[in-house]
Design a protein around this ligand. Structure first.
Ligand SMILES: CC(C)(COP(=O)(O)OP(=O)(O)OC[C@H]1O[C@@H](n2cnc3c(N)ncnc32)[C@H](O)[C@@H]1OP(=O)(O)O)[C@@H](O)C(=O)NCCC(=O)NCCS
Length: 372
């Protein structure tokens, strides 16, 4: 048996044509930076699911199907309303996606056409679920989904009840593009494992959300805000980081399994987005604190920021509560997870690795009556 790779570090676990972290980040061959500059999230979702960028006509059709899908069965809305108030939005989302399967006529079909249909429906439904839970738990009415708006603008307006400015819409769009896919990351690999058993798309996405919520993965973007807000000024950054290192505490938003020797390209592009968004003195101060923490983390630990570092500031500047940050990540990653489920089930082989056994050597069984 081969030597164990701790955390499967460096292990090639399969093939994919969807995205690669080699030489930055590319989705289906397109550089992230180009997509962030010129594409919409809807185009990127189409690209991930279909393999090619849409023509104008194909995009219009895709948008129409997404808009139609943005209907959530009343029973699922009721479930979101009745879940206890203390349940975090990401947990409510996981439950609601699982519940949605019970109302999807193709729930257990695993063919390509059914998978694609379900993926597009989920892509349209997930923002509605997140916004519905957010508003209902505050005693507010659900805001209608508007098919005329872009994915990002519609998502923000369902959350806040107001149509965002073009600048805010574009900032959200860019963050969603950055979150849309990342090769065999933990939640995507989880979704692929589920898909490899022949299970259904909703189950795979539910499992993906379950893996995403952990603080080492997507849950980090919520912790980043706590961290940033606990540093009062740029001059306190060094003491803060030294204390954390002394306590062997990990700082959310830093470090990455793959982007070690090179910057996380998502963190680089979204830092610029944050720069453009920050206008108030409080926002500008938070940018300065973030810069100082980045500089100190680099000089003391040679660790760079990952995607969750800028998105926490970005979402705060869009007026979102921290508990919504990981659900925003999930809404974008539905595109990537679904593309991977489709790819896995097109050419499937059950994913079942081995383990290096480190337990007791074979030994004689002692019946209970003789064990005293
Ligand atoms: C993402 C992450 C889980 C990757 O972990 P990994 O590839 O297993 O990295 P390792 O555990 O091998 O860490 C290597 C070293 O860097 C340190 N390190 C890694 N991330 C760190 C962080 N965020 N803060 C402080 N130290 C960190 C580790 O303690 C270790 O140091 P050591 O060699 O002195 O013990 C890790 O960087 C992390 O916990 N980051 C914070 C959570 C986060 O932002 N997650 C979102 C990722 S997109």
């Amino acid at each position: 048996m081969n030597k164990t790779a701790s955390g499967l570090d460096g292990l090639i676990a399969g093939e994919t044509a969807i995205s690669t972290l080699d030489h930055g980040l590319h989705y289906r061959g397109y550089a992230l930076e180009d997509l962030v500059r010129d594409a919409t999230f809807t185009e990127v979702a189409y690209l991930l699911l279909h393999g090619e960028l849409p023509t104008q006509e194909a995009l219009a059709d895709f948008r129409a199907i997404l808009a139609e899908a943005a209907e959530v069965p009343p029973a699922v809305v009721q479930l979101l309303q009745e879940l206890p108030l203390h349940i975090a939005p990401i947990d409510a989302l996981r439950t609601a996606i699982s519940a949605l399967a019970h109302f999807d006529e193709q729930a257990n079909e695993t063919g390509d056409t059914a998978n694609l249909g379900k993926a597009i429906r989920l892509l349209g439904q997930v923002p509605v679920l997140i916004a519905a839970r957010h508003r209902l738990t505050r005693g507010e009415e659900m805001a209608d989904s508007d098919p005329e708006l872009s994915f990002a603008s519609n998502f923000l307006s369902m959350l806040t009840g107001q149509i965002p400015t073009a600048r805010d819409e574009r900032a959200l769009e860019q963050s969603l593009i950055c979150y849309a896919d990342l090769e065999f990351n933990a939640s995507t690999f989880t979704a692929r494992i589920v898909a490899s058993t022949g299970s259904d798309l909703h189950s795979a996405i539910t499992a993906g959300v379950a893996a995403l919520k952990g603080p080492l993965h997507g849950g980090a973007n919520e912790d980043v805000l706590d961290l940033l807000l606990s540093v009062e000024s740029p001059s306190q950054a060094e003491k803060f980081v030294r204390d954390a290192i002394a306590k062997k505490r990990r700082l959310a938003g830093f470090g990455h399994r793959i982007y070690r020797d090179h910057p996380d390209p998502r963190a680089v592009v979204l830092k610029d987005t944050c720069r453009d968004l920050a206008t108030s003195s409080e926002q500008l101060r938070l940018e300065e604190i973030a810069d100082s923490l980045e500089a100190v983390m680099w000089s003391l630990k040679q660790l760079r920021p990952n995607v969750d570092w800028p998105t926490a500031r970005l979402y705060r500047m869009l007026g979102l509560d921290a508990e919504l940050f990981t659900p925003m990540f999930a809404a974008a990653r539905v595109a990537g997870w679904s593309a991977h489920v489709l790819e896995q089930q097109r050419d499937n082989r059950l994913i079942t690795p081995r383990a290096t056994y480190v337990g007791p050597a074979p030994r004689a069984f002692v019946p209970l009556r003789e064990r005293g």
